[in-house]
Write a protein that binds this ligand. Structure first.
Ligand SMILES: Nc1nc2c(ncn2[C@@H]2O[C@H](COP(=O)(O)OP(=O)(O)OP(=O)(O)O)[C@@H](O)[C@H]2O)c(=O)[nH]1
Length: 352
């Protein structure tokens, strides 16, 4: 049996819009399709890779710089080739870009790949419904990204009312009126929109007959093929962003962590990581997120993973020394705080 080509789907979206959540949704609902993941985070600690670890059939993580400028096309090609090794038997590859990546560059890298086993599978672009229009005003690049999306996902619809959602949809449609637009919570898109969910050992004809494009599956409108070029590369989001990273083998102090997440230092838009507490009954692995003031915490088991706390804070015009000092001050110094853990657990969400 000859293999059909493997689609390479780029998932992009501003910081905290829900890319990892969408990716995890795809991985959990792949319907038997084997998905390879190429994940790229901004700093040298790849928190996203930690948050999807174990779920993908094969994962390659590129750290130390945003993929769209720090990694050249050969680096991406090598990473994809690693995912395509025959034993992995991958049916689709998803590239999760960092929240400040320039999707245009990534798309160009993928479309220019010189590998007959691969084909470009589209740009999925997430918009955080809760981030408000001021974010798009402050970062006009977001609209340039929406323009080239093949599938637009307005995520976190649970955090806004119907009127706001209608307004966001209209705003996005004004920028890109051809690509399909879906509204989701928890990145819950239909995986068949992106790749074939049939198991790989079916007849090739059947596979081919189900190789529908995004447009065929979702679009209400006619969708012209898009030109992906290099125009507009200037003014990358990462020109303005910095990140501060922190790891600690000692457990953290829950109340101070909650305060840090709820009231981050000036300029800090995004905080994410995994943390441990030395609090009876709460020694699990806590996954913590803050996005523009919204805080979320999930609790999982550590499994065999080391009990190390890792946090990354990302923002514009941040005082990195101050952020670093505040992060260092999160380490538990043993002062009793009997109910401190409640300030963290009140942000807990149940697993989806
Ligand atoms: N309320 C709500 N929260 C969501 C939804 N989707 C994702 N989140 C939360 O938003 C936070 C950020 O989600 P991620 O999936 O990590 O976002 P991301 O785009 O991968 O983040 P970066 O890689 O840092 O840019 C997490 O706390 C998620 O649980 C949603 O639909 N509703």
């Amino acid at each position: 049996m000859t293999r059909s080509t493997v689609p390479v789907i780029v998932v992009a979206g501003f910081l905290g819009s829900g890319k990892t959540t969408l990716l995890n949704h795809l991985l959990r609902n792949s319907g038997g399709a084997r998905i390879g993941v190429l994940v790229n985070d901004f700093g040298s600690i790849n928190v996203d890779a930690m948050l999807i670890a174990g779920q993908a059939d094969s994962t390659v993580s590129l750290s130390n710089g945003c993929m769209c400028c720090a990694v050249d096309a050969d680096g991406v090609q090598d990473a994809l080739a690693r995912l395509l090794r025959p034993r992995a038997a991958i049916d689709a590859i998803v590239i999760e870009a960092s929240g400040i990546a320039e999707p245009r560059t990534l798309v160009r890298m993928v479309t220019e790949l010189d590998d007959p086993r691969l084909r470009y599978g589209g740009l999925v672009y997430l918009v955080d419904a809760a981030s408000g229009s001021s974010l798009r005003t402050r970062h006009p690049e977001i609209d340039r990204h929406v323009e080239i999306a093949d599938l637009m996902v307005v995520n976190k619809s649970d955090l806004v009312g119907d009127d706001e959602l209608t307004r966001i949809r209209a705003d996005i449609r004004a920028v890109n009126d051809t690509a399909p637009l879906v509204v989701t919570t928890e990145g819950g898109i239909d995986p068949t929109a992106l790749f074939d969910v049939l198991p790989r050992d079916v007849e090739d004809d059947r596979v081919r007959s189900r190789q529908l494009t995004l447009d065929e599956l979702l679009d209400e409108c006619a969708h012209e093929p898009r030109a992906h070029d290099d125009a507009g590369r200037h003014g990358h989001l990462h020109d303005a962003f910095t990140s501060v990273e922190f790891t600690s083998e000692a457990p953290l102090q829950p109340r101070r962590l909650a305060e840090f997440l709820e009231r981050p230092p000036a300029g800090c838009y995004r905080i994410k990581g995994v943390v441990s507490f030395d609090v009876p009954g709460h020694r699990q692995r806590f996954v913590v997120h803050a996005v523009g003031g919204f805080v979320r915490v999930q609790r999982e088991t550590w499994g065999g993973r080391p009990r190390v706390s890792t946090l990354v804070a990302i923002g514009t015009d941040m005082d990195a020394d101050l952020v670093d000092r505040r992060l260092q001050a999160l380490v538990d110094d043993g002062q009793p705080d009997p109910n401190g853990i409640l300030s963290v657990t009140r942000h807990l969400v149940t697993a989806h």
